[in-house]
Design a protein around this ligand. Structure first.
Ligand SMILES: O=C(O)CCC(=O)C(=O)O
Ligand SMILES: [Fe+2]
Length: 489
Protein backbone atom coordinates (compact mmCIF):
# COMPACT_ATOMS: atom_id res chain seq x y z
CA UNK A 1 0.00 0.00 0.00
CA UNK A 2 1.20 3.42 -0.90
CA UNK A 3 1.86 5.84 1.84
CA UNK A 4 0.17 9.17 1.62
CA UNK A 5 2.90 11.72 1.25
CA UNK A 6 3.04 15.39 0.55
CA UNK A 7 3.88 14.49 -3.04
CA UNK A 8 0.42 13.18 -3.70
CA UNK A 9 -1.22 14.21 -6.89
CA UNK A 10 -3.78 16.87 -6.09
CA UNK A 11 -6.10 16.38 -9.06
CA UNK A 12 -9.60 16.02 -7.77
CA UNK A 13 -8.71 18.00 -4.67
CA UNK A 14 -10.92 21.05 -4.24
CA UNK A 15 -9.24 24.32 -5.02
CA UNK A 16 -8.08 25.74 -1.67
CA UNK A 17 -9.73 29.03 -2.53
CA UNK A 18 -12.85 27.59 -4.12
CA UNK A 19 -15.11 29.83 -2.03
CA UNK A 20 -13.52 32.93 -3.38
CA UNK A 21 -13.41 32.10 -7.06
CA UNK A 22 -16.83 30.76 -7.97
CA UNK A 23 -17.46 33.92 -9.98
CA UNK A 24 -14.42 33.61 -12.23
CA UNK A 25 -16.04 31.57 -14.96
CA UNK A 26 -14.38 28.26 -14.24
CA UNK A 27 -11.13 29.16 -12.55
CA UNK A 28 -11.84 26.86 -9.63
CA UNK A 29 -10.66 23.98 -11.77
CA UNK A 30 -7.50 22.84 -10.09
CA UNK A 31 -4.46 22.61 -12.30
CA UNK A 32 -3.35 18.98 -12.27
CA UNK A 33 0.30 19.88 -11.93
CA UNK A 34 -0.17 21.48 -8.55
CA UNK A 35 1.47 19.56 -5.75
CA UNK A 36 1.30 20.06 -2.06
CA UNK A 37 4.51 21.01 -0.28
CA UNK A 38 5.47 22.06 3.22
CA UNK A 39 7.70 25.02 3.97
CA UNK A 40 9.37 25.45 7.35
CA UNK A 41 9.86 28.89 8.84
CA UNK A 42 11.36 30.21 12.07
CA UNK A 43 10.67 28.24 15.25
CA UNK A 44 9.92 25.20 13.11
CA UNK A 45 6.63 26.74 12.01
CA UNK A 46 5.29 24.78 9.03
CA UNK A 47 2.92 25.87 6.30
CA UNK A 48 1.46 23.98 3.37
CA UNK A 49 1.51 25.37 -0.11
CA UNK A 50 0.39 24.12 -3.52
CA UNK A 51 3.30 24.46 -5.90
CA UNK A 52 3.20 24.18 -9.66
CA UNK A 53 5.52 21.41 -10.77
CA UNK A 54 6.35 21.52 -14.45
CA UNK A 55 5.29 18.31 -16.16
CA UNK A 56 7.84 16.06 -17.88
CA UNK A 57 8.63 17.32 -21.39
CA UNK A 58 7.53 13.95 -22.86
CA UNK A 59 3.95 14.77 -21.98
CA UNK A 60 4.15 17.82 -24.27
CA UNK A 61 4.29 15.23 -27.08
CA UNK A 62 1.65 12.94 -25.57
CA UNK A 63 4.28 10.41 -24.58
CA UNK A 64 4.76 8.84 -21.21
CA UNK A 65 7.18 10.39 -18.75
CA UNK A 66 10.86 9.78 -19.29
CA UNK A 67 10.57 9.03 -23.02
CA UNK A 68 12.02 12.37 -24.15
CA UNK A 69 14.58 14.78 -22.79
CA UNK A 70 14.35 18.57 -22.84
CA UNK A 71 16.77 20.25 -25.26
CA UNK A 72 18.99 22.97 -23.81
CA UNK A 73 18.18 26.24 -25.60
CA UNK A 74 20.89 28.15 -27.51
CA UNK A 75 19.67 31.21 -25.69
CA UNK A 76 21.33 31.68 -22.31
CA UNK A 77 19.35 34.62 -20.95
CA UNK A 78 17.72 34.60 -17.54
CA UNK A 79 15.64 36.68 -15.20
CA UNK A 80 17.38 38.36 -12.30
CA UNK A 81 15.57 39.60 -9.20
CA UNK A 82 17.15 41.94 -6.64
CA UNK A 83 15.78 42.24 -3.14
CA UNK A 84 16.43 45.18 -0.84
CA UNK A 85 16.23 44.08 2.80
CA UNK A 86 17.00 47.48 4.19
CA UNK A 87 15.04 50.63 5.15
CA UNK A 88 16.54 52.89 2.46
CA UNK A 89 16.01 53.07 -1.27
CA UNK A 90 18.68 51.10 -3.15
CA UNK A 91 19.81 51.54 -6.74
CA UNK A 92 20.79 48.59 -8.93
CA UNK A 93 23.60 49.28 -11.39
CA UNK A 94 24.83 47.06 -14.18
CA UNK A 95 28.46 47.01 -15.25
CA UNK A 96 28.42 45.95 -18.89
CA UNK A 97 31.25 43.53 -19.75
CA UNK A 98 32.41 43.77 -16.16
CA UNK A 99 34.21 46.93 -17.18
CA UNK A 100 34.31 49.07 -14.03
CA UNK A 101 36.18 51.84 -15.79
CA UNK A 102 33.02 52.70 -17.69
CA UNK A 103 29.98 54.28 -16.10
CA UNK A 104 27.64 51.62 -14.77
CA UNK A 105 24.07 51.69 -16.09
CA UNK A 106 21.11 52.29 -13.81
CA UNK A 107 18.74 49.34 -13.91
CA UNK A 108 16.17 50.11 -11.25
CA UNK A 109 15.62 51.67 -7.83
CA UNK A 110 14.27 49.35 -5.16
CA UNK A 111 11.96 50.70 -2.49
CA UNK A 112 12.76 49.74 1.12
CA UNK A 113 12.10 46.01 1.60
CA UNK A 114 11.02 45.76 -2.03
CA UNK A 115 12.43 44.13 -5.12
CA UNK A 116 13.05 44.79 -8.79
CA UNK A 117 14.26 42.75 -11.68
CA UNK A 118 15.44 42.60 -15.25
CA UNK A 119 16.12 40.17 -18.04
CA UNK A 120 19.85 39.48 -18.12
CA UNK A 121 22.51 36.84 -18.77
CA UNK A 122 24.84 34.73 -16.63
CA UNK A 123 28.21 36.23 -15.61
CA UNK A 124 26.86 39.77 -15.53
CA UNK A 125 28.10 42.18 -12.89
CA UNK A 126 25.69 44.21 -10.83
CA UNK A 127 26.26 46.47 -7.90
CA UNK A 128 23.88 47.98 -5.37
CA UNK A 129 24.25 51.43 -3.85
CA UNK A 130 22.21 54.20 -2.27
CA UNK A 131 21.02 56.61 -4.98
CA UNK A 132 22.64 59.57 -3.20
CA UNK A 133 26.02 57.87 -2.86
CA UNK A 134 26.75 55.62 -5.80
CA UNK A 135 30.42 55.25 -4.88
CA UNK A 136 29.61 53.36 -1.71
CA UNK A 137 28.95 49.87 -3.02
CA UNK A 138 26.66 47.96 -0.68
CA UNK A 139 26.83 44.67 -2.51
CA UNK A 140 28.22 43.18 -5.71
CA UNK A 141 26.63 40.27 -7.55
CA UNK A 142 27.74 38.17 -10.49
CA UNK A 143 24.85 36.32 -12.06
CA UNK A 144 24.93 32.54 -12.23
CA UNK A 145 22.76 30.26 -14.36
CA UNK A 146 19.83 28.90 -12.36
CA UNK A 147 20.17 31.52 -9.65
CA UNK A 148 17.58 34.23 -10.14
CA UNK A 149 17.32 35.91 -6.76
CA UNK A 150 20.03 38.19 -5.34
CA UNK A 151 19.44 39.62 -1.89
CA UNK A 152 20.97 42.64 -0.22
CA UNK A 153 20.33 42.22 3.50
CA UNK A 154 21.27 45.31 5.55
CA UNK A 155 21.20 43.16 8.71
CA UNK A 156 23.08 40.19 7.29
CA UNK A 157 20.38 37.71 8.26
CA UNK A 158 20.13 38.83 11.89
CA UNK A 159 16.43 39.42 12.45
CA UNK A 160 17.20 40.22 16.11
CA UNK A 161 19.34 43.12 14.96
CA UNK A 162 16.65 44.17 12.46
CA UNK A 163 14.10 44.06 15.28
CA UNK A 164 16.21 46.38 17.41
CA UNK A 165 16.91 48.87 14.63
CA UNK A 166 13.65 49.06 12.70
CA UNK A 167 10.25 50.61 13.19
CA UNK A 168 7.61 47.91 13.74
CA UNK A 169 6.15 48.29 10.24
CA UNK A 170 9.58 48.09 8.63
CA UNK A 171 10.44 45.08 10.73
CA UNK A 172 7.28 43.38 9.52
CA UNK A 173 8.37 44.02 5.93
CA UNK A 174 11.86 42.78 6.71
CA UNK A 175 10.37 39.55 8.03
CA UNK A 176 8.22 39.17 4.90
CA UNK A 177 11.37 39.11 2.80
CA UNK A 178 13.15 36.96 5.37
CA UNK A 179 10.36 34.38 5.25
CA UNK A 180 10.21 34.69 1.50
CA UNK A 181 13.86 33.64 1.32
CA UNK A 182 13.11 30.62 3.51
CA UNK A 183 10.12 29.77 1.34
CA UNK A 184 12.22 30.06 -1.80
CA UNK A 185 14.52 27.27 -0.58
CA UNK A 186 11.63 24.84 -0.10
CA UNK A 187 9.97 25.91 -3.33
CA UNK A 188 13.15 25.38 -5.30
CA UNK A 189 13.59 21.92 -3.83
CA UNK A 190 10.06 21.03 -4.83
CA UNK A 191 9.90 22.59 -8.29
CA UNK A 192 13.47 23.16 -9.46
CA UNK A 193 12.56 26.79 -9.99
CA UNK A 194 13.14 29.83 -7.81
CA UNK A 195 10.27 31.72 -6.26
CA UNK A 196 10.18 35.17 -7.87
CA UNK A 197 6.97 36.29 -6.20
CA UNK A 198 6.49 37.29 -2.55
CA UNK A 199 5.25 34.57 -0.25
CA UNK A 200 2.39 34.78 2.14
CA UNK A 201 0.05 37.44 0.94
CA UNK A 202 -2.33 36.47 -1.75
CA UNK A 203 -4.34 33.83 -3.48
CA UNK A 204 -2.83 32.04 -6.42
CA UNK A 205 -4.23 33.53 -9.64
CA UNK A 206 -7.96 33.00 -9.50
CA UNK A 207 -8.75 33.83 -13.08
CA UNK A 208 -9.03 31.04 -15.57
CA UNK A 209 -5.79 29.68 -17.01
CA UNK A 210 -6.00 27.44 -20.02
CA UNK A 211 -4.17 24.16 -19.75
CA UNK A 212 -1.37 23.60 -22.23
CA UNK A 213 -0.91 19.85 -21.93
CA UNK A 214 0.57 19.13 -25.32
CA UNK A 215 1.77 20.96 -28.39
CA UNK A 216 -1.00 21.44 -30.91
CA UNK A 217 -3.72 20.84 -28.32
CA UNK A 218 -6.70 23.04 -29.15
CA UNK A 219 -9.34 24.65 -26.96
CA UNK A 220 -12.49 25.89 -28.64
CA UNK A 221 -14.22 29.01 -27.39
CA UNK A 222 -17.69 29.94 -28.55
CA UNK A 223 -18.27 33.66 -28.32
CA UNK A 224 -21.24 35.92 -28.96
CA UNK A 225 -18.77 38.66 -29.82
CA UNK A 226 -18.90 37.96 -33.54
CA UNK A 227 -16.83 39.88 -36.08
CA UNK A 228 -17.76 43.34 -37.30
CA UNK A 229 -18.03 43.07 -41.09
CA UNK A 230 -19.34 46.50 -42.03
CA UNK A 231 -18.46 49.91 -40.73
CA UNK A 232 -21.03 51.38 -38.33
CA UNK A 233 -22.04 54.97 -39.13
CA UNK A 234 -19.60 57.55 -37.77
CA UNK A 235 -22.21 58.91 -35.32
CA UNK A 236 -22.54 55.47 -33.84
CA UNK A 237 -18.79 55.21 -33.34
CA UNK A 238 -18.45 58.76 -32.05
CA UNK A 239 -20.92 58.05 -29.26
CA UNK A 240 -18.54 55.81 -27.42
CA UNK A 241 -19.52 53.33 -24.76
CA UNK A 242 -20.40 54.04 -21.13
CA UNK A 243 -17.70 53.30 -18.57
CA UNK A 244 -20.01 50.68 -17.14
CA UNK A 245 -20.57 48.99 -20.49
CA UNK A 246 -23.24 49.49 -23.14
CA UNK A 247 -26.90 48.94 -22.36
CA UNK A 248 -28.37 45.74 -23.80
CA UNK A 249 -30.26 47.54 -26.57
CA UNK A 250 -27.02 49.13 -27.76
CA UNK A 251 -25.47 45.72 -28.17
CA UNK A 252 -28.50 44.55 -30.16
CA UNK A 253 -28.34 47.67 -32.31
CA UNK A 254 -24.67 47.27 -33.20
CA UNK A 255 -25.25 43.61 -34.05
CA UNK A 256 -26.48 44.62 -37.49
CA UNK A 257 -22.96 45.62 -38.52
CA UNK A 258 -21.64 42.24 -37.59
CA UNK A 259 -21.57 38.77 -39.02
CA UNK A 260 -24.95 37.07 -39.39
CA UNK A 261 -24.24 34.19 -37.07
CA UNK A 262 -25.29 34.35 -33.44
CA UNK A 263 -21.95 33.03 -32.24
CA UNK A 264 -18.53 32.24 -33.62
CA UNK A 265 -15.84 29.78 -32.65
CA UNK A 266 -12.27 30.68 -31.86
CA UNK A 267 -9.55 28.07 -31.59
CA UNK A 268 -6.72 28.40 -29.11
CA UNK A 269 -3.89 26.20 -30.29
CA UNK A 270 -0.99 25.41 -27.97
CA UNK A 271 2.33 26.57 -29.46
CA UNK A 272 4.26 26.05 -26.22
CA UNK A 273 3.44 24.24 -22.98
CA UNK A 274 6.07 25.97 -20.84
CA UNK A 275 5.53 28.90 -21.02
CA UNK A 276 1.87 28.53 -21.97
CA UNK A 277 1.46 30.14 -25.38
CA UNK A 278 -1.67 29.91 -27.53
CA UNK A 279 -2.29 31.07 -31.08
CA UNK A 280 -5.78 32.25 -32.06
CA UNK A 281 -6.23 32.74 -35.78
CA UNK A 282 -8.89 35.13 -37.12
CA UNK A 283 -9.38 36.76 -33.76
CA UNK A 284 -10.05 40.07 -35.53
CA UNK A 285 -11.93 40.65 -38.78
CA UNK A 286 -10.25 42.70 -41.52
CA UNK A 287 -12.60 45.54 -40.73
CA UNK A 288 -11.65 45.50 -37.05
CA UNK A 289 -7.95 45.52 -37.94
CA UNK A 290 -8.53 48.46 -40.29
CA UNK A 291 -10.39 50.23 -37.53
CA UNK A 292 -7.56 49.80 -35.02
CA UNK A 293 -5.06 51.12 -37.57
CA UNK A 294 -7.32 54.08 -38.30
CA UNK A 295 -7.59 54.88 -34.60
CA UNK A 296 -3.81 54.61 -34.31
CA UNK A 297 -3.34 57.01 -37.22
CA UNK A 298 -5.47 59.62 -35.50
CA UNK A 299 -3.12 59.56 -32.55
CA UNK A 300 0.44 60.71 -32.29
CA UNK A 301 2.54 57.69 -31.57
CA UNK A 302 5.24 58.20 -28.98
CA UNK A 303 8.51 56.44 -28.49
CA UNK A 304 7.81 53.34 -26.43
CA UNK A 305 9.11 53.00 -22.94
CA UNK A 306 9.53 49.70 -21.17
CA UNK A 307 6.69 48.60 -18.94
CA UNK A 308 4.59 51.72 -19.33
CA UNK A 309 1.94 51.95 -16.64
CA UNK A 310 4.00 49.67 -14.52
CA UNK A 311 5.93 50.03 -11.33
CA UNK A 312 9.49 49.00 -11.99
CA UNK A 313 11.00 51.55 -14.33
CA UNK A 314 13.75 49.82 -16.17
CA UNK A 315 16.06 52.23 -17.90
CA UNK A 316 18.47 49.94 -19.66
CA UNK A 317 20.28 50.67 -22.86
CA UNK A 318 18.18 52.78 -25.17
CA UNK A 319 17.98 50.02 -27.72
CA UNK A 320 15.76 47.65 -25.71
CA UNK A 321 12.50 48.95 -27.09
CA UNK A 322 12.68 51.03 -30.21
CA UNK A 323 9.07 51.09 -31.38
CA UNK A 324 6.48 53.86 -31.04
CA UNK A 325 3.11 53.40 -29.38
CA UNK A 326 -0.17 54.88 -28.17
CA UNK A 327 -2.95 53.74 -25.79
CA UNK A 328 -6.63 53.31 -26.61
CA UNK A 329 -9.40 52.53 -24.16
CA UNK A 330 -12.25 50.08 -24.41
CA UNK A 331 -14.89 52.78 -24.16
CA UNK A 332 -13.83 54.74 -27.22
CA UNK A 333 -16.37 52.99 -29.45
CA UNK A 334 -18.50 49.88 -29.92
CA UNK A 335 -15.87 48.07 -32.01
CA UNK A 336 -13.23 48.42 -29.31
CA UNK A 337 -15.77 47.36 -26.69
CA UNK A 338 -16.53 44.24 -28.74
CA UNK A 339 -12.81 43.43 -29.02
CA UNK A 340 -12.48 43.63 -25.23
CA UNK A 341 -15.50 41.38 -24.74
CA UNK A 342 -14.10 38.87 -27.19
CA UNK A 343 -10.72 38.97 -25.45
CA UNK A 344 -12.45 38.29 -22.13
CA UNK A 345 -14.29 35.33 -23.69
CA UNK A 346 -11.05 33.94 -25.08
CA UNK A 347 -9.48 34.11 -21.61
CA UNK A 348 -12.69 32.77 -20.04
CA UNK A 349 -12.87 35.77 -17.74
CA UNK A 350 -16.01 37.79 -17.03
CA UNK A 351 -15.92 40.83 -19.35
CA UNK A 352 -17.21 43.02 -16.54
CA UNK A 353 -13.85 42.62 -14.85
CA UNK A 354 -12.35 44.32 -17.92
CA UNK A 355 -14.01 47.60 -16.95
CA UNK A 356 -15.12 49.52 -13.91
CA UNK A 357 -18.04 47.99 -12.08
CA UNK A 358 -20.98 49.17 -10.03
CA UNK A 359 -20.98 47.93 -6.45
CA UNK A 360 -23.66 45.36 -7.28
CA UNK A 361 -21.62 43.80 -10.11
CA UNK A 362 -19.49 40.85 -9.01
CA UNK A 363 -19.41 41.85 -5.33
CA UNK A 364 -17.43 38.64 -4.73
CA UNK A 365 -14.46 40.31 -6.37
CA UNK A 366 -13.57 42.16 -3.22
CA UNK A 367 -10.16 43.51 -4.23
CA UNK A 368 -11.33 46.59 -6.07
CA UNK A 369 -13.90 48.06 -8.45
CA UNK A 370 -11.09 48.84 -10.87
CA UNK A 371 -10.65 46.93 -14.14
CA UNK A 372 -8.14 44.11 -14.43
CA UNK A 373 -7.25 45.06 -18.02
CA UNK A 374 -5.16 47.93 -19.30
CA UNK A 375 -5.94 50.11 -22.29
CA UNK A 376 -4.97 48.55 -25.61
CA UNK A 377 -1.46 49.56 -26.52
CA UNK A 378 -0.96 50.06 -30.25
CA UNK A 379 2.63 49.54 -31.27
CA UNK A 380 4.44 50.35 -34.52
CA UNK A 381 7.84 49.02 -35.57
CA UNK A 382 9.83 50.31 -38.55
CA UNK A 383 12.68 48.44 -40.22
CA UNK A 384 15.34 47.70 -37.62
CA UNK A 385 13.08 48.31 -34.64
CA UNK A 386 12.60 45.61 -32.04
CA UNK A 387 11.92 44.79 -28.41
CA UNK A 388 14.73 42.78 -26.86
CA UNK A 389 14.02 39.79 -24.52
CA UNK A 390 12.00 40.84 -21.48
CA UNK A 391 9.17 39.82 -19.21
CA UNK A 392 5.83 41.57 -19.02
CA UNK A 393 5.67 41.19 -15.25
CA UNK A 394 7.32 43.48 -12.73
CA UNK A 395 8.51 42.33 -9.34
CA UNK A 396 5.99 42.23 -6.47
CA UNK A 397 5.43 45.33 -4.40
CA UNK A 398 4.66 45.44 -0.73
CA UNK A 399 1.01 46.24 -1.27
CA UNK A 400 -2.05 44.19 -0.54
CA UNK A 401 -2.83 41.65 -3.21
CA UNK A 402 0.50 42.09 -4.97
CA UNK A 403 -0.91 43.02 -8.36
CA UNK A 404 0.94 41.74 -11.38
CA UNK A 405 0.46 41.35 -15.10
CA UNK A 406 -1.16 37.94 -15.41
CA UNK A 407 -1.80 37.41 -19.12
CA UNK A 408 -0.72 39.11 -22.34
CA UNK A 409 -2.83 39.11 -25.49
CA UNK A 410 -1.06 40.30 -28.64
CA UNK A 411 -3.09 41.22 -31.71
CA UNK A 412 -1.23 41.27 -35.03
CA UNK A 413 -2.53 43.92 -37.38
CA UNK A 414 -0.59 43.33 -40.60
CA UNK A 415 1.63 40.90 -42.45
CA UNK A 416 1.77 42.00 -46.09
CA UNK A 417 5.24 43.11 -47.07
CA UNK A 418 6.53 42.35 -43.57
CA UNK A 419 9.68 40.31 -43.03
CA UNK A 420 10.98 39.67 -39.53
CA UNK A 421 9.13 41.09 -36.53
CA UNK A 422 8.31 37.67 -35.09
CA UNK A 423 7.36 37.40 -31.44
CA UNK A 424 9.85 34.97 -30.04
CA UNK A 425 10.06 32.84 -26.87
CA UNK A 426 13.73 31.97 -26.45
CA UNK A 427 13.35 29.95 -23.22
CA UNK A 428 10.49 27.65 -24.27
CA UNK A 429 10.82 24.08 -23.04
CA UNK A 430 10.71 21.38 -25.69
CA UNK A 431 12.34 18.14 -26.77
CA UNK A 432 13.07 18.95 -30.41
CA UNK A 433 15.13 22.04 -30.90
CA UNK A 434 17.52 24.42 -29.19
CA UNK A 435 16.08 27.25 -31.29
CA UNK A 436 13.71 29.85 -29.98
CA UNK A 437 10.00 29.63 -30.75
CA UNK A 438 9.15 32.20 -33.41
CA UNK A 439 5.57 33.35 -33.92
CA UNK A 440 4.99 35.03 -37.25
CA UNK A 441 2.71 38.05 -37.34
CA UNK A 442 -0.47 37.36 -39.32
CA UNK A 443 -3.16 39.96 -39.84
CA UNK A 444 -6.03 39.37 -37.37
CA UNK A 445 -4.23 36.66 -35.40
CA UNK A 446 -3.96 36.81 -31.61
CA UNK A 447 -1.37 35.33 -29.30
CA UNK A 448 -2.16 34.60 -25.66
CA UNK A 449 0.44 33.82 -23.03
CA UNK A 450 0.56 33.78 -19.24
CA UNK A 451 3.21 35.63 -17.28
CA UNK A 452 2.30 33.88 -14.03
CA UNK A 453 2.18 30.21 -13.11
CA UNK A 454 -0.95 28.66 -11.58
CA UNK A 455 0.65 28.82 -8.11
CA UNK A 456 1.23 32.58 -8.33
CA UNK A 457 4.92 32.48 -9.13
CA UNK A 458 6.25 34.59 -11.97
CA UNK A 459 7.06 32.43 -14.98
CA UNK A 460 10.66 33.03 -16.01
CA UNK A 461 10.03 31.05 -19.20
CA UNK A 462 7.50 33.66 -20.34
CA UNK A 463 10.47 35.74 -21.48
CA UNK A 464 9.83 36.98 -25.01
CA UNK A 465 11.04 39.47 -27.58
CA UNK A 466 9.96 41.18 -30.77
CA UNK A 467 12.53 40.33 -33.46
CA UNK A 468 13.76 43.26 -35.55
CA UNK A 469 11.64 44.13 -38.55
CA UNK A 470 13.70 43.33 -41.65
CA UNK A 471 11.38 44.68 -44.30
CA UNK A 472 8.15 46.66 -44.27
CA UNK A 473 6.57 47.67 -40.99
CA UNK A 474 4.80 45.95 -38.13
CA UNK A 475 1.62 46.96 -36.34
CA UNK A 476 0.51 45.28 -33.15
CA UNK A 477 -1.92 45.80 -30.28
CA UNK A 478 -1.15 44.62 -26.75
CA UNK A 479 -3.74 43.86 -24.11
CA UNK A 480 -2.49 43.21 -20.59
CA UNK A 481 -4.63 41.60 -17.94
CA UNK A 482 -3.74 41.94 -14.29
CA UNK A 483 -4.16 39.82 -11.22
CA UNK A 484 -5.90 41.28 -9.39
CA UNK A 485 -5.92 44.92 -10.59
CA UNK A 486 -3.55 47.48 -12.05
CA UNK A 487 -4.15 50.38 -9.70
CA UNK A 488 -4.68 49.03 -6.26
CA UNK A 489 -7.06 51.43 -4.57
O1 LIG B 1 5.89 43.04 -30.70
C1 LIG B 1 5.83 41.91 -30.22
O2 LIG B 1 5.72 40.91 -30.94
C2 LIG B 1 5.88 41.72 -28.74
C3 LIG B 1 5.67 42.99 -27.98
C4 LIG B 1 5.89 42.85 -26.51
O3 LIG B 1 6.40 41.89 -26.03
C5 LIG B 1 5.47 43.93 -25.58
O4 LIG B 1 5.05 44.99 -26.05
O5 LIG B 1 5.53 43.72 -24.35
FE1 LIG C 1 6.23 41.91 -23.84
Amino acid sequence: QQETTENDDTSGTPHPHADSCSWTGGACEWDYNMQMMTATFLNDKKETFYAYVEPDVSTFYNQSEGQLQPVQPDFTGMFVKFVNMGPKMVRVLWIPNGNTAKDPLEICDIEPFGSCGTASYPSQHFQLAWPDNLDLVLERFTTKPGKNVYVYDAFRGSYEKAYRKLKPEDFQHYMMQYNNNLFNKHYKEKTGREWLALYGQKFPPRFHMWQADSLGQTHVVTTKEIHFVEYPPEEELAKGVSLYGPRPEEITRNRKHRDTHATMELHLTVLSCAPRVFEIKHFLSDLEVDHLLKVAEQKNLETSTTRAGDYAKVTQEESTRTSTNTWIGRHQDIILDAIYRRAADVMKIDERLFRRRRKTEIPEFTESMVDISESLQLVHYDVGQQYTPHHDFAMPRLVKGQPSRFATLLLYLNDEGLRGGETTFPMWRNAETSKRLDVKPEKGKALLFYNLLPDGNYDELSMHAARPVLQGEKWLANLWVWDPVLAHG
